[in-house]
Design a protein around this ligand. Structure first.
Ligand SMILES: C[S@@+](CC[C@H](N)C(=O)[O-])C[C@H]1O[C@@H](n2cnc3c(N)ncnc32)[C@H](O)[C@@H]1O
Length: 194
């Protein structure tokens, strides 16, 4: 028997397979690995992009992050009601990740500690993923990070985008017990060499 979350996620994928990416939500292991990458102060915000039914959202809150510090942006309307019910207190916004800066500014948020993204970056047009990562780094604090998982072998933020934005990525964790196996990438601002 499918749990409600699994069914809702699968239905979301049927509604919009390109946008949702895969038919099953991230495993507990992958969600925990994403959350483990966070380092957030008490008055800072974390932005989650593409929460779907909230597998990663749940893991983020289980690290002790207060819902008040968590902003999520989801494009698919179908996921929103459920997210609002499941995560009261979190700031849940409907919109496109490309507009993340405007969406956050509208809520008075000018800086964030980290972005945790499940967006299917590899399936997006090049200009779109560049725009999303670029605007994220306009509001991520200097020591902050953009955390992204992928099922691919290559960096979901291509090297040339990393160079043009001035960031550097590395594989922070490999998760074999996920279908499909995944890698968690962590991007940070490149240290300037003196
Ligand atoms: C692969 S699912 C990840 C869901 C969940 N976080 C997980 O890991 O199981 C990708 C999610 O990103 C959302 N999404 C895709 N493109 C988006 C965009 N441009 N802006 C905001 N959300 C987007 C989809 O609707 C979907 O919920």
């Amino acid at each position: 028997v499918l749990s409600k979350d699994r069914r809702d996620f699968f239905l979301g994928w049927l509604r919009n397979p390109w946008c949702v990416g895969v038919p099953i939500a991230s495993s507990r292991g992958l969600s925990d690995a994403m959350a483990a990458q966070l380092s957030v102060g008490p008055n800072e915000y974390v932005l989650e992009l593409g929460p779907g039914t909230g597998a990663v959202t749940r893991a983020l809150l289980q690290t002790g992050l207060s819902p008040k510090q968590l902003v999520v942006i989801e494009r698919d309307k179908g996921f929103l009601d459920q997210l609002k019910r499941s995560f009261p207190g979190a700031i849940i916004l409907q919109g496109d990740a490309r507009n993340l800066k405007e969406l956050l500014h509208h809520h008075g948020i000018k800086q964030i500690a980290a972005v945790v993204s499940s967006l299917p970056l590899l399936g997006m047009p090049d200009t779109m993923r560049h725009a999303i990562v670029n605007s994220a780094f306009e509001i991520i604090k200097p020591s902050g990070a953009f955390i992204q998982y992928t099922y691919g072998l290559l960096s979901p933020v291509p090297k040339r985008h990393q160079r043009s934005i001035g960031i550097h990525g590395r594989v922070a964790k490999r998760i074999w017990r996920n279908f499909p196996p995944a890698r968690v990438w962590r991007y940070t601002v490149e240290a300037t060499v003196a």
